[in-house]
Design a protein around this ligand. Structure first.
Ligand SMILES: Nc1ncnc2c1ncn2[C@@H]1O[C@H](COP(=O)(O)OP(=O)(O)OP(=O)(O)O)[C@@H](O)[C@H]1O
Length: 240
């Protein structure tokens, strides 16, 4: 049996008066980079919020690392980066990382902070206030804060939005290194060309899983040349 970092069964979520997630089943295997892809408004952020335990749900079960989503024992084991940078603008990059390390009860907060700041390639900006950084740098400062507790699962909501191609490549290389170290990553994106960098792809549309497969199988199954083509082929298949 595949070891799963995330197991979602029968998840239903209503936001406002809209049924956003009708009845979702999803399993995310441990130690892989899983891409959560799909059009804007398809429910990616909502699923991620349910996984980290901040989304009110109607029904269903969300298990994360063998515990119910949002369990206090998951606080240090799960890192979450939202689309909005979640760092304090009036603190430096290093101070932010140190602050989150202390909150998580990390043994040597300053050493842990320095290590993650280097890991996200911000050592050269460690002593700058985050409100003076570029958007991409601020995003990486948020990622450093999420990494400082050495999480087993990282949930990243569109981490590459607004980044130039070089930074996007570097960030994906970092995700790969983390996965090689055994971390499970769930990464949302609506940039389909990022799909090829994932071990597995979950295509989400209108709160439903259109496909959950490896990139190679997905292309083979649909006969498409790339993930975008595969996605469109699957949409047509459902509509037919
Ligand atoms: N606070 C809210 N109140 C009511 N409805 C909401 C709220 N936030 C999101 N929604 C609705 O829930 C649906 C799913 O949104 P969600 O943010 O999960 O999609 P997404 O796939 O992450 O989109 P994007 O790629 O644009 O971030 C959308 O129809 C959206 O309008």
């Amino acid at each position: 049996m595949v070891n799963c970092a995330i197991e979602i069964t029968g998840l239903t979520v209503t936001r406002g008066d809209r049924l956003v997630i009708p009845d979702l089943d999803l399993r995310v295997p441990t130690g892989q980079v899983v891409g959560l892809l799909g059009p804007s408004g398809g429910g990616k952020s909502t699923v991620m919020r349910a996984i980290v335990g901040v989304q009110q749900t109607d029904s269903g079960d969300v298990q994360v690392l063998g515990l119910p989503a949002g369990h206090r024992r998951l606080r240090k084991r799960v890192g979450y980066v939202t689309q909005a940078p979640s760092v304090y603008g009036d603190l430096t990059v290093r101070e932010n990382a140190t602050h989150f390390a202390r909150l998580l009860g990390v043994a040597d907060p300053q050493a842990a902070a320095d290590a993650v700041v280097s890991r996200v390639d911000l050592a050269g900006h460690a002593d700058e206030r985050t409100d003076a950084l570029s958007g991409g740098q601020r995003g990486r400062a948020s990622l450093a804060a999420a990494l400082v507790g050495d999480p087993e699962l990282l949930v990243l909501d569109e981490p590459t939005v607004g980044l130039d191609p070089v930074l996007r490549r570097d960030l994906w290389a970092l995700f790969r290194r983390l996965a090689d170290d055994g971390v499970t990553l769930l990464v949302s994106s609506h940039v389909m060309d990022e799909a090829s960098r994932c071990d597995r792809l979950v295509l989400l549309r209108e709160g439903a899983v259109l496909a959950d497969d490896t990139p190679a199988h997905l292309l083979e199954r649909t006969g498409a040349a790339d993930a975008e083509g595969a996605f469109l082929a699957l949409v047509d298949e459902v509509a037919a």
